[in-house]
Design a binder for this molecule. Structure first.
Ligand SMILES: O=C(O)[C@H](O)[C@@H](O)[C@H](O)[C@H](O)COP(=O)(O)O
Length: 259
């Protein structure tokens, strides 16, 4: 059975307010990690929801660009499509367009998943990159300071899709996951690694996600069908950053206790 978790459910009237809250969480987590440990390691998701967040972080009119200690941030991805970084579907391309091309994050601090390579090769290379960057030994796994997740309307998160082999991957840090429902391969962090994050947050917007959020956080535990249910951080804490539409079928209140 999954470990208990207390969910902090932060609901905002509009998607722009959710994005600003996500940018604040990113900036404050990075600053705290640098203060405490001298560096910050963050893993971000792709898709469409985080685009505005990354644009806010790079916007000189916002407080984040000047306040984030970019040189002490090591940036990773939660997952990537198996495409070249120049392709429209590339999570790296989206992040580069919205943020990386506009902020003083050193190139060597940007840890791109190499979607252009054979999926298994790309997964192995990324796992090696993580092991080297985190200076891991033996079976040690990484503890990211922040992991920012999205959720598909099918209940997937990262590239952990319903009824795919990636859900069974416990030991690795990074996997290549075949996703038959999309007739594609993806590269993804595994769910035990995500659960080791110091701060783990879902950023979810839109009424179209209301039903899946209700199923994931109030329905029976069936992670093969709703892989986002696998996300039960070891810290015992999980944050939801939602707009009113996405939250519309969740219980009222700012805390959800999952036993
Ligand atoms: O590569 C990806 O697509 C993401 O990492 C994926 O897990 C995403 O977070 C969800 O599919 C939600 O995507 P939207 O934000 O576009 O709804």
């Amino acid at each position: 059975m999954p470990r208990p978790v207390t969910i902090t459910n932060r609901v905002f009237p509009t998607s722009s307010e959710v994005a600003f809250a996500a940018a604040e969480l990113f900036a404050s987590t990075v600053a705290a990690a640098v203060e405490e440990r001298g560096l910050a390691r963050v893993a971000i998701s792709g898709g469409s929801t985080p685009k505005v967040v990354f644009a806010l972080l790079a916007d000189p009119a916002q407080p984040f660009l000047a306040s984030i200690p970019w040189a002490k941030l090591q940036l990773f991805w939660v997952d990537e499509r198996c495409v070249a970084p120049t392709e429209p579907d590339s999570n790296y391309r989206m992040t580069n367009e919205q943020m990386l091309s506009k902020v003083p994050l050193p190139a060597e601090n940007i840890h791109r998943m190499e979607g252009e390579l054979d999926p298994e090769v790309a997964a192995a290379r990324y796992e090696s990159d993580i092991r080297n960057t985190f200076k891991l030994e033996g079976a040690e796994t990484p503890t990211f300071d922040l992991i920012l997740l999205g959720m598909g309307d099918d209940g997937h998160t990262a590239s952990l899709f319903p009824h795919t082999e990636g859900l069974d991957a416990i030991a690795p840090i990074v996997i290549a996951n075949h996703v038959p429902q999309k007739d594609t391969w993806r590269i993804s962090l595994t769910w035990p690694v995500i659960n080791q994050g110091r701060e783990v947050a879902f950023l979810i917007e839109g009424a179209a996600k209301a039903d899946v959020l209700h199923a994931v956080f109030t329905g029976p535990y069936q992670p093969e069908t709703y892989p986002s249910q696998l996300i039960r951080p070891a810290s015992g804490r999980l944050t939801l950053l939602l707009d009113a539409g996405a939250a519309s079928k969740l219980p009222a209140g700012d805390t959800i206790r999952l036993s």
